[in-house]
Write a protein that binds this ligand. Structure first.
Ligand code: SAM
Length: 230
């Protein structure tokens, strides 16, 4: 009957809303990116709904889930962490559910991008979220140049082995005055921030191999919104 798109913590298990817990408790099944990851959360909160694997590429399975919803079941969709669909699986199911006129409720909750923007000290009144950039160097350069041309805060997800080369490409695209806030392991015990010009942050991160999960928040030009308002 209803598809609940449920955000789960991006690190700290306490970052889950009462409404999300209720949706997970009442769902006939919870569709997961990785059932083992989701079971850790379900066990922590003593939730017993069955966890089933969801794969955006398995079209037959997507149709089976849509049939369950049409038959009147309430189902939940989660990803390994944060908000499903945001650089995570779920789009195919949500768009098929919408096509079929099924009620879809996305619950507000954990998501690495706005969490990083909110603590970055960089303007959050409007920002571009690019998710993961293309792997190809040429496509990545074009994406960064286009983003830099907009002149707003830019948020990018990147895996640790590619953080330094992303910073090199960003330095070329945004220029020497651009700022970056590199947020590592948000909400976890070893949360860490590096703030400054792109080149300075790159030099700092290069001293030891980047590990863990990173969100990079860039802003071209002046330091903060206060400077821009002057
Ligand atoms: N759906 C998730 C969300 O709502 O943020 C994003 C999932 S995406 C597959 C994973 C990427 O998100 C990581 O590579 C990293 O860039 C970012 N990320 C997720 N959790 C993070 C955390 N605790 N600290 C920093 N970055 C994180």
């Amino acid at each position: 009957m209803t598809l609940y798109v449920v955000p789960t913590p991006i690190g700290n298990l306490e970052d889950i809303t009462l409404r999300a817990l209720k949706a997970l408790k009442n769902a006939r099944a919870v569709y997961c990116e990785d059932t083992r990851r989701t079971r850790i959360l379900m066990t922590h909160y003593e939730l017993r709904a069955p966890c089933l694997r969801y794969d955006d590429h398995n079209l037959r399975e997507v149709e089976r889930i849509v049939d369950r919803l049409k038959a009147g079941e309430d189902l939940a969709l989660v990803s390994d962490s944060g908000t499903p669909v945001i650089s995570d699986p779920g789009l195919r199911l949500v768009s098929r559910a919408r096509e079929e006129g099924i009620v879809v409720y996305a619950l507000p909750g954990a998501c690495a991008a706005p969490t990083a923007v909110a603590a970055s000290g960089l303007p959050g009144d409007s920002f571009l979220f690019l998710g993961f950039l293309p792997r190809s160097e040429g496509k990545r350069r074009k994406a960064l140049e286009a983003a830099a041309a907009v002149g707003k805060t830019v948020v990018i997800y990147e895996a640790p082995p590619r953080v330094l080369s992303l910073l090199d490409a960003a330095s070329a695209a945004f220029g020497p005055n651009a700022r970056v806030a590199a947020a590592r392991e948000l909400t976890k015990m070893h949360e860490e921030w590096r703030l400054g010009t792109i080149d300075a942050v790159r030099a700092d991160l290069a001293s030891k191999e980047p590990r863990g999960e990173y969100v990079l928040v860039f802003h071209p030009g002046k330091d903060t919104k206060h400077d821009q308002d002057d």
